[in-house]
Design a protein. Structure first.
Length: 319
């Protein structure tokens, strides 16, 4: 409370109550038919009132600190916000985004090398999944950025899957990843690539893939893959060199792939590589599109960094 004094006397305010937010609801991505739960932790000596809203409209009966949703469909995707009021009428608003996807969804929730919630486990599960489409999303708690450092080669991707690191909270649609896969912890003498894809119809977007002894990404045999919005051969700042030991991206006897795109969100940034930025080879490597990528420069495209070999090489390929 506050006491105010002047020449005519004093006035004492009512006792104020302090409300603090302990943790906020986190954005989530789930598959159709799945469940989601949002919780707001608020601390106050006074009674708090909650009202959850979906895309700005109050949800009937959703008046507790936790909102639980079941048997979700794609139409349930959107913004879920909670308004908290206390006895003094103060309001606290916080929101999270729910994305409901068709098919199978694997969620990366930590930076561990293996085990539940790891990128490795998500890739293993995607390889054995029979539900289509398959998507791997990233929802790692904390403020980030995040680095995943494999201790051995990651599984070869043999089943169509979308690996979408733009789903990680904190990614701001500026084509600057917040999740890095870094090969620095691999045993000496290995030649492992960052990601090796032999399936067709895969998408990789929003990752930083650097410091592997082999290629950053290898596309081999499969076709119609999409590689967009990634940093390759650099730190998450988009400038500090962390070259992969061979090429930034290798396309070997793989056809009809799209690497990059026509806007800032889809282009890849290949800052450095021990050999070529992008290398395409093999008579089966036809119909590939390499569009709008930044190679040998930092992510702004203004400061020269340079790859050790050539920017783009086409070798014995049916372009």
């Amino acid at each position: 409370m506050v006491v105010v004094n002047n020449n005519y006397g004093s006035v004492t305010s009512v006792v104020a109550t302090l409300t603090t937010i302990g943790s906020q609801p986190q954005s989530q991505t789930v598959a159709v038919g799945g469940n989601a739960s949002f919780t707001l932790v608020a601390n106050s000596p006074a009674t708090l009132n909650y009202q959850w809203n979906y895309n700005g409209t109050a949800i009937s009966g959703a008046t507790s600190a936790t909102l639980t949703l079941t048997n979700l469909q794609t139409t349930n995707s959107g913004s879920y916000a909670v308004t908290v009021t206390n006895v003094a009428g103060a309001q606290f608003n916080t929101a999270a985004t729910l994305t409901v996807l068709n098919g199978w969804v694997g969620v990366v929730t930590n930076t561990s090398d293996s085990g539940a919630g790891s990128l490795r486990q998500a890739l293993l599960n995607a390889n054995t999944n029979s539900i289509s489409p398959s998507t791997i999303v990233f929802i790692i708690p904390g403020s980030g950025p995040f680095t995943i450092s494999p201790l051995s080669a990651l599984p070869v991707i043999t089943n169509p899957v979308t690996i979408d690191a733009t789903t990680q909270p904190g990614y701001s649609n500026t084509n600057q990843p917040v999740v890095q896969v870094d090969g620095k912890s691999l045993p000496g003498g290995t030649t492992s690539d960052g990601l090796t894809i032999t399936a067709g119809g895969c998408t990789v977007k929003g990752l930083d893939i650097s410091d592997f002894p082999g290629n950053g990404i290898t596309l081999a045999l499969g076709s119609s893959n999409v590689i967009q919005g990634n940093f390759i051969g650099c730190a998450l700042d988009g400038a500090t060199k962390l070259p992969n030991g061979n090429n930034g991206l290798m396309i070997s006897n793989s056809a009809a792939n799209v690497v990059g795109g026509t806007n800032a969100l889809t282009r890849n940034v290949v800052v450095d590589a021990q050999n070529d930025g992008i290398h395409i080879e093999g008579t089966g490597a036809f119909g590939n599109q390499v569009l709008g990528n930044i190679i040998g420069l930092n992510y702004t495209g203004l400061i020269q960094e340079g790859v050790s070999g050539n920017g783009i090489v086409v070798s014995k390929a049916a372009w």
